[in-house]
Structures are given as structure tokens and as C-alpha cells.
Write a protein that binds this ligand. Structure first.
Ligand code: DOR
Ligand code: ZN
Length: 360
């Protein structure tokens, strides 16, 4: 499969240099690739848009050991179509019983570059996650010492807490105290969805960053219920009120180094989404870059797109930006409606829409 096969024919139209932008190849700092047939089906779309990506470890069972991360990385590379170039950056799934020595070994051996904190029960395949953040101190102290970033799914897990308040509750009750206890720990607040958490990130910008998804830049919580229930727009953290979406757009397009790209592309087959109890996750891999660039264009910030997409994340993780480039063009391009997986499919975010920007 070639890159051209991944994108349906774009509508031709005249372009001028003002309608084209060339940036260093971007990286995606938050990706769910799953495994097996799903991995094979979705990976080409991410690899077509991004040079590298942080791979989430919430498989069943989760990726908790150096050996499991190494094996998963091999399966990803084996699933990559010939001629495509993509580097998976692996992560370790933290549990209450994670051994600090195992964390350090995987980091020293360059098998994983970060560890992922799922509060137990917060989201998909997180039941084996962390129940006691205080008890995690030995692991976090070790990570602080070796300079290994902690990636946080920042939502409170108490089912009594309103779902739209769970990021705020985690921020107040867990994140701010954690940052105070571990003052040298590098932290990424993943898929930020509230205005308030952006300010916590800014206040700690020397060592705290946030990723922002494409969908949280274009939908608010009302879109999930527009004309009926839209299961393919449901993810966690769930989209919030319009004022939060506007704050996310301002942060992403601000050029501030503490904000960078992380799609949280999270495929679930159609039947798992269109169900009486549908899974959380937006599959935005095939439409991510077109969506981000549209947002930057609408905000008059195309000159800051490269920083968000290709520079800030690499700098935070201490690795060089990519040398190769990608060009985006202002011309209508249709997004594939769904990606086939075995005898079913995964519905794509903004699928079947013609978007104003195309990946060349
Ligand atoms: O919506 C989500 N889906 N949020 C997450 O945190 C996990 C993800 C998934 O794995 O499906
Ligand atoms: Zn995720």
C-alpha cells in the first residue's frame, strides 16, 4: 500500500504559495494502535501523517514489562507496510505494583521513553491502572531522577463525580498535589480538555506540557448530542463546553512550547461504538493533520503550526525534530468514511467529509 492509496482522490484546484504550507514531518505524541488485525488496519493512516508516535500501552493485557514493550514494538514494525517510515515510541503502563528497577531498565535500554498513568477505571482498559498515587512515589521518584516523563490520563475515577467535571476534579485533587510532591518530574497532561488545566500547565511550563487532540479543537459537548446521539464523537475525557474548546484553540495556536500535538486516535469497531454501552474513543488517525491545519488556518496561525506539530513535542522529549518535510495544501480533500477491519470497520472522525486542507 502506498501513501496515495490511503487518501481518496482529492479534488483538484489551483493553489498559490499562500495556500500551501511545508513543515518538518510532525510527530503524534498520543496514539492507540491496538494489536493484531486492528493494528494492521489503522497503522498505515498514522504512518502516512506522522514520522514518530508515542504508542499507548492499554492493550489487554497491558504493556507492563520491558519484554512486552519490545515485543509490541516488533509487532508494530512488522505491521508497517513496505515503503512506509514510522518510528513507534513505546510506553509502560503503570500499576500499583510497578517496579522502579523495571522502569529504569526499559528507559536505559531505550525500549520505552515514558510511562503512562491511568487512574484505575478512568477509561478503556484502565482497570489494571493505578489506585494509589501516593504509593506510586518510589516509581515517580525514580522517573524524576532519570528524567523519564510521566504521561497522565487526568480524570478522577469516582463514579459520583459528574463526567464533565472529572478532569477538573483530578486536577485539583491529584495533579496539583502530585506536581508539588515531585517537583522535578516531567509530566505530560494528555488530551487536555479544560481551560483551567491549560493554566496549570503554563504555570509549570519548565517541566509540564499538554497534548491537544484534533477533535477537542473542533467539537464541544453539544456536538455529541446534535440531532441525536453521536457515538463516534464520544471519547474520554469527554468534550467540554464551548468556552473550553476556545481556550484549547488559543493554547494550541499560541506557539507556546508547552502545548503540542497528540491525536489520541483510538479505534473501536463500529459495533463497539454503536451500542447500548458504547466504547470511548475517537478514531481520528486518517483526518488528524487536515483538521489541525484547518484550525491553525482559521485562527490565523499557520506560521505557528510547525511549532505545535513538529517541534514542541520533540523538544519536550529531548529528541531532534524530523529532517524530512510534509506539505499541506488548501484544496478540498475527502476523508475516507471508515477503515475496514476483518468483517467490520472503524468509523473515521470527519469521515466522508470534504475538508478544506489536504496532505500532499
Ligand atoms: O476515549 C478514549 N479512548 N480515551 C482514552 O483514554 C482511551 C481510549 C481508548 O483506548 O480507546
Ligand atoms: Zn488515549
Amino acid at each position: 500500500m502506498s501513501v496515495a492509496d490511503l487518501f481518496p482522490a482529492a479534488q483538484p484546484s489551483a493553489t498559490t504559495s499562500a495556500d500551501r504550507i511545508t513543515i518538518r514531518r510532525p510527530d503524534d505524541w498520543h496514539i492507540h494502535l491496538r494489536d493484531g488485525a486492528m493494528l494492521k488496519a489503522v497503522l498505515p493512516y498514522t504512518a502516512a501523517q506522522f514520522a514518530r508516535g508515542i504508542i499507548m500501552p492499554n492493550l489487554v493485557p497491558p504493556v507492563t514489562t520491558v519484554a512486552a514493550a519490545r515485543a509490541y514494538r516488533e509487532r508494530i514494525l512488522a505491521a508497517l507496510p513496505d515503503g512506509m517510515d514510522f518510528t513507534p515510541l513505546m510506553t509502560c503502563y503503570l500499576r500499583d505494583d510497578t517496579d522502579p528497577d523495571e522502569i529504569e531498565r526499559g528507559f536505559a535500554e531505550k525500549v520505552w521513553i515514558a510511562a503512562k498513568l491511568y487512574p484505575a477505571g478512568a477509561t478503556t482498559n484502565s482497570h489494571a491502572g493505578v489506585t494509589d498515587l501516593i504509593g506510586l512515589a518510589p516509581v515517580l521518584e525514580r522517573m524524576e531522577r532519570i528524567g523519564m516523563p510521566l504521561l497522565i490520563h487526568g480524570e478522577a475515577t469516582d463514579p459520583e463525580i459528574d463526567i464533565f467535571d472529572r478532569e477538573a476534579a483530578f486536577m485539583e485533587g491529584s495533579l496539583i498535589p502530585l506536581l508539588a510532591r515531585h517537583q522535578g518530574l516531567k509530566v505530560t497532561v494528555e488530551h487536555a480538555t479544560t481551560a483551567e488545566i491549560l493554566d496549570v500547565v503554563r504555570a509549570n511550563r519548565t517541566r509540564v506540557a499538554a497534548t491537544i487532540t484534533p477533535h477537542h479543537l473542533v467539537i464541544n459537548r453539544t456536538h455529541i448530542f446534535q440531532g441525536g446521539l453521536r457515538p463516534h464523537l464520544y471519547c474520554l475525557p469527554v468534550a467540554k463546553r464551548e468556552r473550553h474548546r476556545l481556550a484549547l484553540r488559543a493554547a494550541a495556536t499560541s506557539g507556546e512550547a508547552c502545548f503540542f500535538l497528540g491525536t489520541d486516535t483510538a479505534p473501536h469497531v463500529r459495533g463497539a461504538k454503536e451500542a447500548s454501552c458504547g466504547c470511548a474513543g475517537v478514531f481520528c488517525g486518517p483526518s488528524a493533520l487536515q483538521t489541525y491545519v484547518q484550525v491553525f488556518d482559521e485562527e490565523g496561525a499557520l506560521d505557528r503550526f510547525e511549532a505545535f506539530a513538529s517541534l514542541n513535542g520533540a523538544r519536550f522529549h529531548g529528541i531532534a525534530p524530523n529532517a524530512a518535510t510534509v506539505t499541506l495544501e488548501r484544496r478540498g480533500s475527502r476523508v475516507i468514511e471508515a477503515v475496514a477491519v476483518e468483517d467490520t470497520a472503524v468509523v473515521v472522525f470527519r469521515g466522508d467529509e470534504t475538508l478544506p486542507w489536504a496532505v500532499v
